[in-house]
Design a protein. Structure first.
Lengths: 114, 112
């Protein structure tokens, strides 16, 4: 049972345009959401996060939107740059857990074309 | 400030063997978690250690075990290796919780 789903395995975007990566979750106990970026041969690196008490969080070119009623979040990258090409993972956590484990989606490969 | 380092980077083992993977946490981090990432999937939580005690475990059998040492370095041990254990194993350390996780580059384990 996949509790965090990223239904698009890949996305291609032109440089300078907006990239929108989507993520759905099923567990209503999740109250903290994160996006990670992963380059080949490297570990995932933290990008941006959002608490369930918010519906938007912005950091430079990156904005995460959370729609709790739809159990959906999205990551917007504006403007997209070739260096943004990587696999993006959505992850969720339950803050009341003793172990703050992350539940990851399967990832979306973003390719930004020059 | 050093990041999270994992060793070895690549490893090939035979089915039925045992393997030990190692992780050096980022300086100042007291929590370490291990994740398994199979090909084409996202990382899956194996377990977490805090102050040398396991304080959370994912859906993995007991043949997956771990240790955390006083210097906060950690080991992941897998006994009776199966072909499906072939994956990238990621270590992540933190002091402040999920928002502060730093991942290592992983150990690529191939079981033949």
């Amino acid at each position: 049972d996949q509790q965090v789903k990223q239904n698009s395995p890949s996305l291609s975007v032109q440089e300078g345009r907006i990239s929108i990566l989507n993520c759905d979750y099923t567990n209503s106990m999740f109250d903290y959401f994160l996006w990670y970026k992963k380059y080949p041969a490297e570990g995932p690196t933290f990008l941006i996060s959002i608490s369930s008490i918010k519906d938007k969080n912005e950091d430079g070119r990156f904005t995460v939107f959370l729609n709790k009623s739809a159990k959906h979040l999205s990551l917007h990258i504006v403007p997209s740059q070739p260096g943004d090409s990587a696999v993006y993972f959505c992850a969720a956590s339950i803050s009341s857990g003793s172990a703050r484990q992350l539940t990851f989606g399967s990832g979306t490969q973003l390719t930004v074309l020059p | 400030e050093t990041g999270v380092t994992q060793s070895p980077t690549h490893l090939i083992k035979t089915r039925g063997q045992q393997v030990t993977l190692r992780c050096s946490s980022q300086s100042g981090h007291n929590t370490v978690s291990w994740y398994q990432q199979a090909l084409g999937q996202g990382p899956q939580f194996i377990f977490q250690y805090y102050r040398e005690e396991e304080n959370g475990r994912g859906n993995f059998p007991p043949r997956f075990s771990g240790l955390q040492f006083p210097n906060y370095s950690s080991e992941l041990n897998v006994n009776a290796l199966e072909l499906d254990d072939s994956a990238l194993y990621l270590c992540a350390s933190s002091f402040t919780g999920v928002n502060g996780y730093t991942f290592g580059s992983g150990t690529r384990l191939t079981v033949v």
